[in-house]
Design a binder for this molecule. Sequence first.
Ligand SMILES: Cc1cc2nc3c(=O)[nH]c(=O)nc-3n(C[C@H](O)[C@H](O)[C@H](O)COP(=O)(O)OP(=O)(O)OC[C@H]3O[C@@H](n4cnc5c(N)ncnc54)[C@H](O)[C@@H]3O)c2cc1C
Length: 422
Amino acid sequence: MATAAIPDEELARAGQSEPAQETTCCVVGGGPGGMMLALLLARRGIDVTLLEAHKDFDREFRGDTIHPSILEILDQIGLAEPLHQLRHNKIYGPTFQVAGGSFSPVDFRRLRTRFPYIMLVPQTKFLEFLAAEAKKYPNFHLRMVANVGQLIEGQNGVQGVRYQGTDGWHEVRALLTVGADGRFSKVRQLAGIVPVKTSPPMDILWFQLPHLPEDAHSDRVMGGFGGGRMLAVFDRIDYWQIGYVFPKGRYQEVRAAGMEAFRKSIVEIEPGFARHVESLTDWHQCSLLSVESSRCPVWYRQGLLLIGDAAHVMSPVGGVGINYAVQDAVVAVNVLSRPLRNGQISVQDLADVQSQREWPTRVIQAVQSTMQTRIIAGALQVQGTLRIPWFVRLFFRIPVLRNIPARSLAFGVRKVRLQEDS
Ligand SMILES: Cc1cc2nc3c(=O)[nH]c(=O)nc-3n(C[C@H](O)[C@H](O)[C@H](O)COP(=O)(O)OP(=O)(O)OC[C@H]3O[C@@H](n4cnc5c(N)ncnc54)[C@H](O)[C@@H]3O)c2cc1C
């Protein structure tokens, strides 16, 4: 989320009208990473304040995926069962429509876990669920419409933040400030940490198609290629969420061809949507997203840590960003609970979080970049239906090999568990 520039004189007045709030850990951003971090710290009795710029948890451009790794972590704290009470869908892997039929390279059902599927829950509901759990702890403080605009700096590094609420400016002073404020992280910018791009940007039109009464629910994420386009289809129970991927910089071309040509190109890839596309009548129904990925060389400064997309913007390829943000949060809790309780966080503690999480992030971003630049970009060059080479099909038939991508998608490159509180 981009935040508006704040005049200096307003910032100077910030916090003068009221005493600053004191907390042990101030988390900026109530996405999956920040919310999970705040909940886990609160459960351990650590005073935590979560600042979220929006008035609610409604998220349009996010995934709704909850991977087996997150479900196992929630199970550790007794929340997997209650989460399953929410209305959800389960998916067992992606299926691509290619020349000669469908191709389903990954099947989570083969994994050894209590949760061999990706759970699809609207992210709003997931975040509300985590917030409701966190509110059970008196040491958890949630401030909505709290738009962070400045870091408070002192001799011991970052000592908190200033945020704009509905009634003006406020200060939160903290032993540790965590920037979990996503891809456009204000905290990262204020800390002077500059991310390095890890894959070229890619354009996606993001829109919904209605779920018609005769539609069966799908337990796969569906993908199809054709005419230099790719379609990713998610069943969000009440509607189909569509990602329409095309080569970078071709949006004007897509629009100039007209709405009828757009509808036709969707049906060419997925003939089953012939009636659904009639609902598309205006370009305003589609959001154009330029998606890229990047990673910060350093995720911390004294008194400050970045996690999730703030530390490493994840491409939607493979749908693993939520998983990685939550895993960052869990590692931060494993490493930092004791120093937070002792009232002393060293730069080495923060470096430890980065060193545990950086290499899995590097590996998955390299995989995403290869998929984006070689496989998807290559497929977008193909005008007819995509052919899967024989050696790729063979790879996914060999039991030991075919489970590697499934495990990496389900648990990340490195499985993360919540350690016992000491
Ligand atoms: C189109 C698209 C589709 C995707 N699909 C998937 C998918 O299917 N599966 C998947 O795992 N990942 C997907 N991703 C990636 C995923 O959304 C991110 O990796 C994930 O949301 C990162 O979580 P986070 O908690 O780090 O940040 P975010 O989810 O971005 O949360 C950051 C929070 O910080 C708040 N914030 C921002 N600035 C401030 C401020 N100044 N003050 C206070 N609060 C602030 C924001 O309002 C937001 O609530 C997709 C991404 C895109 C763009």
